[in-house]
Ligand binder design. Structure first.
Ligand code: DGJ
Length: 758
């Protein structure tokens, strides 16, 4: 495989294909190959080619299975976005790009032109992708094309300032199957002086010009994450962001835009996500007069600054974008597939998520070897495969006032270390997992007493505590190495298959007094990079180690951490009815496979009590876990749980890796229904939940989706709720006639499994 390090033509001289190639041309086989390919591409287009350059038009065409993305150079040699949407079958109609004409001095051409990566300079007034200060004080940046390289599904376009040697490499990676494109920018300072970066975005996505767009995004709070929110887009800016140092419960770095009419299964939806677990920003901007909707995303520029020294490079997080003509359901199915097949640590050797038990809600900090063994024995009885000890096992951690930072096993609680418990758990046939909160320290800890300077702080200023803890400055190399060493030691000494990585507060007073003044704001980015590095190095040193990303529930859920974490903790709110909404929003952006969902005791959090079966079925729609106090369960509870866990194991491949169809939303009525179709189409799993029923209204008919109309499906139910009694039904019957259920009253629920008959 050869990466063409060849400049097809130089941006400084407009040299088209077929003429003598000017400055920037490097005579190598790669050029000939690429040029030939480009020429052939214009004659007979190989449809499946993910990246093509059309030299005569100065256009790049990125092609996925169902979408096209087109950009090119205008007469000013700027890189300009041209098209993103349904796949174009053929290049007919494509034409050289022109910068937008200027109708008034107040509507500059630069601002009206859809620049792929706009520097802040000239007369550019929209949200810029890059804003810098040069050492001589110049704050004007105008980026133009220099060269490009193509390798298989990847295109790198190099831009450069019109005067200074500040280069920007824009990398586009095409994921054909998932209709997703990844943008990422990398800056390189080849000037002799340092450059201050004030805003560095990963890129911009443009919707076709027009009015009437809507934005869909995820808002929330602790115990109420991923609430689906929809709003019209009017001229002006909508800013989604985190300034908290992590992804945040409040907003999630995902968006979807539709032209105003899309629903779950129909309509054009453009969606995207920033893969970053720190301060991120998405600016949704509708700029008059053209009503151009653009979404700029990357690092949050709030309190951001980076000193790029001569010879150094700086990379943005990945910024993903996708398009579906099949509504929001189609968009989420693409995201789910993408995460499973391309992002997750086990994407190249996927395996099903085990059924987990976590003791947190049963014991809180009151953990002990004997207590955990008693729970483990009961968990094994119902079919649990992974037993996780949560907070409270280390240091002097008897409540949330002490111990964080002291990552040694508490000898009173575990007189034989962890090994005796782990052996016991393993003998019961389960893997063992352990909770950590690596980035934090309690002032009441040996670590803080030894290293008070290791926390984020501004000298002489208050150090605000939250949950009685301070934040370690993970940007510091010594702190990073210490934490890596502490976790590595425990993982090396014990048979630990899984860690739950928690983070129970946001960053505050982000001072880094030891760093040079001009570099202190780099703390936001370096912190997260080091967290990622620790996760990566731990996984490299301990092959097979799995990580759960948790931040007091779903505070750290994004495509950045999901490259390292196999699963995420969805919410501290495990109350099943609330969970229906949290889980619904979650699945707009993230795959059920990573959505950790526990069955817990009732009443829970808000005082609501739902039947155990309802709680199980809600949790079985993701990665099933149990977080109840098994010491209090009755024999009936155990026997139902055993049955449900066995049931889950028979459908989990479909739930975790199939296509999800959200049939009825908990936001909209008395019934919630979700359907999962296995990747090979052989199994279909339908969950239905009745809640808040009024006036004895019958549950609405449920029409299934995504089935093979001609095929016959064998029907299996767990109860008597299904009105239709036939044992075999056709795909067309299930999709058009639909299924009816005699669900009654609040919190009734059912599960139907269909198997394609051969
Ligand atoms: C917050 C997490 O979300 C909980 O599941 C639990 O691990 C606690 N932290 C422990 O302190």
């Amino acid at each position: 495989m050869c990466f063409h390090h060849c400049r097809v033509w130089s941006g400084w001289q407009r040299v088209g294909y077929g003429r003598s190639v000017g400055r920037g041309f490097i005579g190598c086989m790669g050029v000939l190959f690429l040029a030939t390919r480009a020429l052939n591409a214009e004659q007979a287009i190989p449809r499946a080619e993910p990246v093509r350059f059309l030299p005569a038009l100065k256009l790049w065409v990125l092609t996925t299975d169902h979408t096209s993305y087109v950009m090119g150079l205008n007469e000013r040699n700027e890189l300009q976005a041209a098209y993103w949407g349904e796949r174009l079958e053929g290049d007919e109609g494509l034409a050289p790009l022109h910068a937008a004409p200027e109708h008034a001095s107040f509507d500059s051409s630069e601002t009206m032109t859809n620049l792929e990566y706009p520097g802040w300079g000239g007369r550019y007034y929209n949200e810029p992708a890059l804003k810098v200060i040069l050492a001589n004080g110049v704050r004007d940046l105008v980026l133009k094309y220099v060269s490009h390289e193509i390798r298989d599904d990847t295109l790198v376009i190099r831009l450069k300032d019109i005067q200074y040697d500040l280069f920007v490499d824009l990398t586009y990676r095409v994921f054909p199957k998932e209709d997703i494109i990844r943008k990422q920018a990398r800056l390189e300072n080849r000037t002799p002086d340092s450059i201050t970066l004030e805003s560095v975005q990963a890129g911009v996505w443009y919707a076709p010009p027009g009015e009437g767009y809507r934005l869909t995004y995820l808002t929330g709070r602790w115990a109420g994450e991923t609430q689906l929110t929809r709003t019209p887009i009017h001229p002006g800016k909508i800013v989604l962001e985190s300034r908290r140092g992590n992804t945040s419960h409040q907003l999630n770095p995902w968006f979807a835009i539709d032209a105003g009419q899309a629903d779950e299964e129909h309509g054009r939806v453009w969606f995207g996500a920033v893969g970053w677990s720190g301060n991120w920003k998405l600016v949704i901007e509708d700029t008059p007069p053209a009503h151009q909707v653009r979404v700029t995303g990357g690092y949050n520029d709030f309190d951001f600054s980076w000193l790029l020294k001569p010879g150094e490079t700086f990379e943005t997080p990945p910024y993903y974008g996708g398009y579906s003509a099949r509504g929001f359901g189609g968009a989420s199915r693409l995201m789910h597939r993408f995460e499973r097949d391309e992002i997750l640590p086990d994407h190249d050797r996927p395996h099903v998520r085990p059924v987990l038990y976590n003791s947190w809600e049963a014991t809180t900090f009151n953990v002990s070897e004997e207590g955990q063994k008693a729970l483990a024995e009961k968990a094994a009885r119902i079919g649990v495969e992974l037993f996780v000890v949560d907070d409270g096992w280390f240091g002097q951690r008897n409540d949330d006032h002490a111990g964080l930072g002291d990552w040694y096993v508490n000898p009173q609680k575990f007189p034989h270390g962890l090994q005796s418990l782990i052996r016991y758990v393993n003998q019961l046939g389960m893997e063992f997992g352990l909770w950590f909160e690596p980035e934090m320290v309690n002032p009441n800890s040996d670590l803080y007493r030894r290293h008070p300077d290791w926390v984020l702080n501004f000298p002489g200023r208050p150090r605000s505590e939250a949950r009685n803890q301070l934040v370690l400055n993970m940007a510091r190399d010594d702190v990073k190495e210490y934490i890596l060493g502490a976790l590595d030691k425990i993982l090396s000494e014990n048979n630990i298959r899984y860690i739950k990585w928690d983070m129970n507060r946001h960053l505050s007073e982000p001072g880094w007094p030891e760093a040079p003044l001009a570099e202190q704001k780099e703390v936001w980015v370096k912190y997260v990079r080091h967290v990622y590095e620790i996760m990566d190095r731990l996984r490299a040193r301990h092959p097979g180690l799995e990580i759960e990303s948790c931040s007091g529930g779903g505070g750290r859920v994004d495509l950045g951490v999901l490259e390292r974490a196999n699963v995420v903790w969805t919410s501290d709110n495990t109350e099943a009815f609330d969970r229906l909404r949290i889980q619904e929003g979650f699945t707009f952006a993230y795959a059920p496979k990573v959505m950790s969902s526990w069955v817990t005791d009732v009443p829970n959090l808000n005082g609501r009590s739902t039947p155990l079966k309802f709680r199980f079925l809600v949790a079985m729609q993701g990665a099933l876990g149990i977080g109840a106090n098994l010491n209090k369960w009755s024999d009936e509870d155990f026997s139902l749980a055993k049955q449900m866990v066995a049931y889950y194991k028979s459908v989990r491949e479909t739930v975790q890796s199939g296509d999800l169809y959200r049939l009825f939303s908990p936001r909209e009525g008395e019934l919630t229904a979700n359907e999962y179709v296995a990747r090979d189409g052989q199994q279909v799993v339908l969950f239905a939940f009745l809640h808040s029923q009024q006036f004895l209204r019958p549950a609405p008919t449920i029409f299934l989706r995504g089935l093979d109309e001609q095929a016959q499906y064998r029907v299996k139910t767990t109860d008597d709720r299904l009105v239709e009694k036939a044992e075999v039904m056709s795909g067309s019957f299930l999709m058009h006639h639909g299924l009816n259920f005699s669900l009654r009253g609040d919190y009734d629920s059912t599960l139907v499994v269909l198997t394609k008959a051969h």
